[in-house]
Design a protein around this ligand. Sequence first.
Ligand SMILES: CC1=C(CCC(=O)O)c2cc3nc(cc4[nH]c(cc5[nH]c(cc1n2)c(C)c5CCC(=O)O)c(CCC(=O)O)c4C)C(CCC(=O)O)=C3C
Ligand SMILES: [Fe+2]
Length: 363
Amino acid sequence: MPVRADGSAGEFDAILFLSFGGPEGPDDVMPFLENVTRGRGVPRERLEEVAHHYMHFGGVSPINQLNRDMIASLRAELDARGTDLPIYFGNRNWYPLVADTLVQMYDDGHRRILAFATSAWGGYSGCRQYHEDIERSLVALHEARPQSVSADPVLVRKLPQFWDRSATLTAGRDAVLRAASRLPAADVPPRLVCTAHSIPIVADAASGPEADGGQLYSRQVAQAAQRVAEMAGFAGHDQVWQSRSGPPQVPWLEPDICDHLEAIAAQGVSQVIVFPVGFVSDHVEVVWDLDNEAAQLADELGLDYVRAETVGTDPRFIAMVADLVDEYRRGTGDLDVLGVGDSGTPCGDGCCGRSVRRPATRP
Ligand SMILES: CC1=C(CCC(=O)O)c2cc3nc(cc4[nH]c(cc5[nH]c(cc1n2)c(C)c5CCC(=O)O)c(CCC(=O)O)c4C)C(CCC(=O)O)=C3C
Ligand SMILES: [Fe+2]
């Protein structure tokens, strides 16, 4: 059993399901977007444009319900294994805010907490920022319960990145195959296009050990997509990026999915399968940017377009999350893998990019 920083041999006693958060009504949209983009130099016009995407769904992001569904599935899976750790839900950008959830967990008596973050990836937005969310919440807990926390501290251990777990990739493969089966028969095989959230080129360069040339996030995404494509029997695939933000003069990962659809249509491609490798659930960036924008463009270009499901509803994916919990709850999980860190300590030297402090606020 690995030696732990706090020297204790105790088991973990609760799970924090940590996610991005999303608005639950029209009045939440702008304050939510301000939380997401505080200090990031995202132009007002971009925020207003994104606010329209949310308004298209009545100001309600599907992400919260999807997370609650995932939590219910995880609960059932853990119960079936006889693992009775309670699961709590907390978000970076919207209610329930992780800082509030942590106070609740503490008041309920939990002192050793495993955190599962809904991003599979390394890099600042997908990994490091979740460590920062934990750290910031611990600071807030200390302010809310100063005497108790000093005398009786709490440990929050973040679970590893899971983009390369076999269940993640197998669920992706089957989602691609199901999508492919919805395409009408054609002479030429369909093009598999794998998409993930774009990030600024400098953010990508800053993620991952410098010795490996950085680019941890884009390399992980490329590898996951490659594996899924191979497993689904595709000779090749295209890697694209979506939902770019920020000022237009700042370079982000490219090609953008829409530019790419135009390019392949011009090459004579007639069918496309879009697989959102970068996300675990069908939230706004999937149901707007892919099912609406990209699908409409494909229609205009005369492309048959199908979008593969995200992996978060696949029972094998949920079982994988339960495996992570089981591996780490007794302290036997590997502490030396990417994504794992205690109480906000980032997972490795130079692993996931520079820190940018940015507390979420209430409306
Ligand atoms: C790598 C990555 C993931 C995947 C890893 C993970 O899952 O964590 C991800 C997920 C998500 N991104 C989401 C939403 C947004 N992302 C934004 C902005 C940004 N994302 C970035 C990166 C990522 N984002 C970046 C570098 C920015 C620029 C601002 C900044 O540096 O932080 C903005 C601001 C408006 C805009 O400009 O688009 C919104 C609204 C939602 C929730 C959707 C819903 O509500 O249903 C989810 C799951
Ligand atoms: Fe994002």
